[in-house]
Design a binder for this molecule. Structure first.
Ligand SMILES: *Cc1c(COP(=O)(O)O)cnc(C)c1O
Length: 242
């Protein structure tokens, strides 16, 4: 238990240092805890310490932990690959979906929400690293994608999400994050969305400093808080395994 709290403090210090370096206010950067494989009892420790934004990758896990965590005041974002046949569950258990990356998914999601008379926050996931193993709209298709889904009235677009290039050198993520920021600027220039749409969800345990320097408003951190996971991340990002 103590370790989680120590890690959280360490992450906060990393955020503060990165913000100082980038001349930003740490309040502009939200910390989302990526809690895949982490049992509810450990997530609870973080929530009780005031870290109330979590992210899950698998619908099954989202569902399983929902009951245990619902008495604690928190928000859950879905950050994993979403199959259309899981839409019903996801909108029941999550507060926001950060991984909207296909028109058919967006359309079906919107239909379902319409049926339930609900509006849901979403992010558009962009594949800024062009790695085939990763999901996301290709950067060059993102503007058109936003134009298409901006029509869907039950989806409230909050911003963009990306996963940086997986490597041991965080500098390799920089061009991914810069590209995401550039797409955001383009969306603003074209006035495709409301001015208040400004979220950039990017940066993880290994590259959060670079992401903050490049304008992240939300970083998603797992390993650096909860320790190493049993499965490699490709297990969560690979279509065959979802
Ligand atoms: C696991 C995961 C993270 C967090 O990664 P860490 O390296 O453990 O900090 C962030 N974003 C997504 C989409 C993830 O699947």
């Amino acid at each position: 238990m103590e370790q989680i709290l120590k890690n959280l403090e360490f992450i906060q210090n990393r955020i503060i240092s990165a913000c100082e370096k980038a001349n930003r206010n740490p309040k502009e950067v939200q910390l989302l805890l990526a809690t895949k494989t982490v049992p509810a009892s450990r997530i609870q420790i973080a929530i009780e310490a005031g870290f109330s934004l979590i992210g899950e990758n698998k619908v099954q896990e989202l569902k399983e932990k929902y009951e245990d965590l619902k008495i604690f005041n928190h928000q859950t974002h879905f950050i994993g690959h979403l199959q259309t046949n899981k839409i019903k569950d996801v909108i029941r258990y999550a507060d926001c979906i950060q991984s909207v990356d296909r028109l058919d998914l967006a359309t079906k999601l919107n239909q379902r929400l319409q049926k339930e008379n609900r509006v849901m926050d979403i992010f558009v996931q962009v594949n800024t690293s062009y790695e085939e193993s990763k999901f996301g709209v290709l950067p060059e298709n993102t503007i058109q994608f936003i134009k298409d889904i901006a029509q869907l009235e039950n989806l409230k677009i909050k911003g963009l999400m990306t996963i940086g290039l997986l490597s041991t050198d965080p500098e390799n993520s920089r061009k991914c994050f810069r590209l995401l920021k550039k797409i955001q600027s383009k969306i603003r220039e074209l006035e495709l969305l409301d001015r208040s749409v400004n979220e950039l969800s990017m940066g993880m345990s290994g590259d959060l400093e670079v992401a903050i320097e490049e304008g992240a408003t939300m970083i998603r951190v797992g390993t650096a808080v909860f320790g190493m996971r049993q499965y490699p991340d490709s297990y969560y990002w690979d279509e065959a395994q979802s």
